[in-house]
Design a protein around this ligand. Sequence first.
Ligand code: DX5
Ligand code: ZN
Length: 229
Amino acid sequence: MTDNYIIAPSILSADFTKLGEEVQNVVRAGADWIHFDVMDNHYVPNLTFGPMICESLKPLTKNLRNSRGEPILIDVHLMVSPVDALAMSFAKAGADLISFHPDASLHVHRSIQSIKSQGCKVGLVFNPAQPLDVLDEVIEELDLILIMSVNPGFGGQSFIPSSLKKIERVRRRIDSCGKPIRLEVDGGIKVDNIRQVANAGADSFVAGSAIFGQPDYAKVIASMRTALD
Ligand code: DX5
Ligand code: ZN
């Protein structure tokens, strides 16, 4: 799996005065996906960006490729409630993958199906205190499971160590399900803990402040890949 790790910089920590340039620079620096944190000041106590920004960035990402020649996916992380209407708007705005929190949707199975019906990949996101029970019912429908290793709402928080055990549990569930579901982790990922998170079973890593907080994005991403090798 080592050549199949995904690094997904979160543009939450980018410089918004030059967002397009930031996206292009971080892709050139070795990003695989662009992680797009959508906050609604209701499900989480913060407010970020909506589908119009996604639509503006899509022309920049759609012709770019990562170092393995794969398309750069727009990885939308919805921290919103309700889910369905905004998920549809993001699908129309060019999102490739849309993940939502099951506790933010009244009808999780319906939300999953409606995202898939738009041709998008779909993920479920679990907060640190959120149980994994719903996976019993819907794991086979998913393309991705995203484990929050901080409480959602802000960049730059510290990784919660108990997330490692949860990642291990999700890895076992994915392996026994047998489907190629990605296991993404979000929050407090840095060069010095990414190996440990991978050892627990993650294959996709969101990093905001660790990348955009440094002047040389390529250097940070290369150090993350070295740590993963
Ligand atoms: C938090 C967001 C994260 C955040 C990660 O609610 O979902 O994607 O941007 O930021 P860092 O990597 O700085 O913890
Ligand atoms: Zn996120």
